[in-house]
Ligand binder design. Sequence first.
Ligand code: IPM
Ligand code: MN
Length: 353
Amino acid sequence: MNAQILVLPGDGIGPEVTAAAIAVLERIASKAAHAFTFREGLIGGVALAADLDPLPSETLSRARGASAILLGAVGDPAFDQRPPGQRPESALLQLRSALGLHANLRPARMWPGLESAGPLKPEVLAGTDVMVVRELTGGLYYGEPRGLSADGQSAVNTLRYSVPEIARVAHWAFRLARGRRRRVVSVDKANVLEVSRLWRQTVTTIAAEYPDVTLTHEYVDAAAMKLALTPASFDVLLTENMFGDILSDEAGALCGSLGLLPSASLGEGPGLFEPVHGSAPSIAGQNLANPIGAILSAAMLLEHGLGLREEAAHVERAVEAVLKTSARTADLASAGQPITGTREFGRLVVDRL
Ligand code: IPM
Ligand code: MN
């Protein structure tokens, strides 16, 4: 297979973790005789620093023409004083929306060897394997009107969802559930918000098309609590943009580290694959970042972006095998345990492949 992969390393630890992910993709390509070509683009703070827009038009047109996109992270404290639309993060929001990537898949699972890496008791974490399906191009992130009042004394954001927006992401959740344990928990705040009532009603309607999948509903506060108390009870967790942003960080941390979590953003345009973590400026450039989220994002790119399911499984097994050794990046190491650097961990995964 031929594939053009656009790489957007971005800010902070982005370049380090994407380098590890590219090395993995190159190894897969050479083993399976695929021809992957990699092209880079600017996004986020590095684009702003070059006097460009956070999402330069050149980057967007390269993205539209790519087979799939691999992104590192965006975010730079140098631009913290800027309003939302002029910050590095806005590039990601524009890219998701411009490519129509409405479904964001964020799998979080317990990894063998990492039972004690997170805050939960190993017996509570045992068997945890949750797929968060986050709506990605609607809700509070995009709703109009939005903005700060002229006198700076009030501000508004709008939470709005339409039936088609809810329905299309719900279909993703039910389809994914069919390949898993056939359970969907839809998360909302239907006891307070009209939008959530519409969400619940629409998801319930769509569920009728999937009689083999069990649907339940949870309020977001209860879902956050249950994730911490009984994480293994979740299979697919379907929710709107903001709730999904929050709950996926929680799910990642509970499984040992946010650095483990990959994501796939899918919809109309080429898929966008990125670790869930941010740019982590405090550890950038020090070979301390965990590349697993990026490497597993490369695996999702293989599976969901290029249809190479078997190759994706190879990558996951290689990560699993390396985790079964005592190799631990800084975020996963317990006190006194030696730390494996970003590059070295990436190399171990490539060697396994
Ligand atoms: C994420 C990030 C982004 C989001 C930020 C960087 C805009 O936190 O991908 O989860 O909120 O969606
Ligand atoms: Mn987030």
